[in-house]
Ligand binder design. Structure first.
Ligand code: LLP
Length: 431
């Protein structure tokens, strides 16, 4: 469910605001987020878990724009962070440190120190060496670091290999069988306080069974740790619930919550959830303008094919290039009736620079606008300056209001941090 729809004049709108209008005011490419969709998604997800004590810790990597994070924080969300940058953003957006969980295989010393200073809820620790390092740092700071171990349950999430994390061969977490020993070690360290167990098996899961398998394995570990007298208060089952980009039929948050909550029935724990995509993906669209169209050279006997070259590219939305992901393409204005098979591609010099492949689309012409749907998650947050392209603007819509939530980058922004090495001839010449 989202708030992008065609109005009576045939124009695609975000809530009540025509995307055409946004493109006119802001230029393209531009990310457009619906505030109502964000709120609705958070509430639906949160309410699905109402039968059990829980904290929804929004996984900021999906979309770390301050207005997005603040929207969730105001509804009571915590944050799942993976860097010092996300910690700073979460706090700036009003997330309580007591609701921040810190995941990731490579936390640096300054990042650990800052998280300890802020008093976060817990570190989701991914290796024995990380446990040791956190212990040393916490002792030096005369603190006890609340920790859970991210266990790797060796469950196949049946999703794209690049976004599977819960298999033995993945770099994430500590093998669930090895974990008891590491917990026992951690429990003896003066700088560590064992508070929870954590697990995250992958992203864009469209079936319930991997979640259930992983949850059951985690439950067995929790029972074992409790029997050993460890005060496990939090069970973090990560994120990963998939959405519908095309023809997937992922479980609803309600179905997901029901099976997960039932596994932890009877335990005196607070469940932690780390949803990212399911909260933001369908709340965002990337609006682009068609720069050129051209016919592809015909394969013998095959139907005609077109390229629609747009001003958004893989630096703006990397998902199709990285994972071959599907994003629906919708016309923003009145679409021409004739439909053709086409690839929607960007200006970047790579053949993987496409936003859509082999789609039946209206025969767009230069100057037409189109919307790349489902772009609210892992869209802007994965964008880059590749090919020295300034990153897109981001706007948020609420009803009939539309505001800029991140200005478009300028060309100047792109090389602001660069210096010319003094040993290069002519380096003294002013630009
Ligand atoms: N928790 C942890 C520890 C994670 O690593 C992730 C995602 C999440 C939560 C949130 O997962 P979600 O609910 O969004 O599925 N760039 C890829 C997705 C990478 C996901 C990385 N980890 C994509 O565009 O599909």
């Amino acid at each position: 469910m989202h708030h992008f729809a065609v109005n009576r004049q045939g124009k695609l709108c975000c809530e009540e605001y025509p995307l055409e209008e946004i493109a006119r005011q802001m230029g393209t490419p531009v990310y457009v987020y619906s505030h109502a969709t964000l709120e609705r998604h958070f509430k639906v997800f949160d309410e699905a878990f109402s039968s059990i004590p829980h904290i929804v810790c929004y996984s900021m990597k999906a979309n770390s724009n301050g207005s997005v994070v603040r929207t969730f924080a105001r509804l009571g969300s915590g944050a799942d962070i993976v860097s010092g940058g996300e910690l700073a953003r979460a706090i700036a957006a009003g997330v309580s440190p007591k609701k921040i969980v810190y995941s990731g295989v490579g936390k640096s010393v300054p990042e650990i120190e800052e998280a300890l200073r802020r008093g976060i809820l817990m570190f989701n620790v991914e290796s024995r060496e990380e446990l040791e390092r956190i212990n040393v740092i916490a002792r030096r700071m005369r603190k006890r670091a609340p920790i859970s171990i991210r266990v790797n349950p060796d469950v196949d999430p049946k999703t794209h290999p690049y976004i599977s994390t819960g298999l033995k061969k993945n770099k994430f977490g500590i093998n669930i069988r090895q974990a008891v020993e590491d917990y026992e070690w951690a429990a003896r360290q003066p700088g560590l306080e064992v508070v929870g167990v954590d697990c995250h098996i992958g992203s864009q899961l469209t079936e319930l069974s991997p979640f259930v398998d992983a949850a059951k394995r985690v439950r067995r570990l929790v029972d074992k740790l409790l029997a050993k007298g460890m005060p496990i208060r939090y069970v973090d089952i990560g994120g990963g619930l998939g959405i519908r980009y095309n023809d997937e039929s992922p479980p609803s948050p309600k179905e997901y919550a029901k099976v997960v909550a039932s596994v932890f029935q009877g335990l005196d724990i607070t469940l932690i959830l780390e949803p990212g995509r399911v909260l933001v993906a369908n709340a965002g669209a990337l609006v682009a303008e068609v720069l050129y169209t051209k016919k592809a050279s015909p394969d013998s006997g095959k139907k005609e094919r077109w390229f629609f070259i747009v001003d958004a590219a893989m630096n703006d939305l990397a998902r199709p290039a990285m994972y071959g992901s599907y994003h629906a393409i919708l016309p923003v204005g009145k679409a021409p009736a004739r439909r053709v098979t086409a690839d929607v591609v960007g200006p970047i010099c790579e053949s993987s620079d496409f936003l859509a492949k082999d789609r039946v689309l209206p025969l767009f012409k230069a100057g037409d606008l189109l919307a790349v749907m489902g772009a609210g998650a892992y869209g802007f947050s994965m964008s880059s300056n590749y090919n020295s392209r300034p990153r897109a603007a981001e706007v948020m819509v609420s009803g009939n209001r539309c505001e800029v939530v991140r200005e478009r980058e300028t060309i100047r922004d792109i090389f602001r941090k660069e210096r010319v090495a003094s040993f290069i001839k002519g380096s003294g010449v002013k630009r």
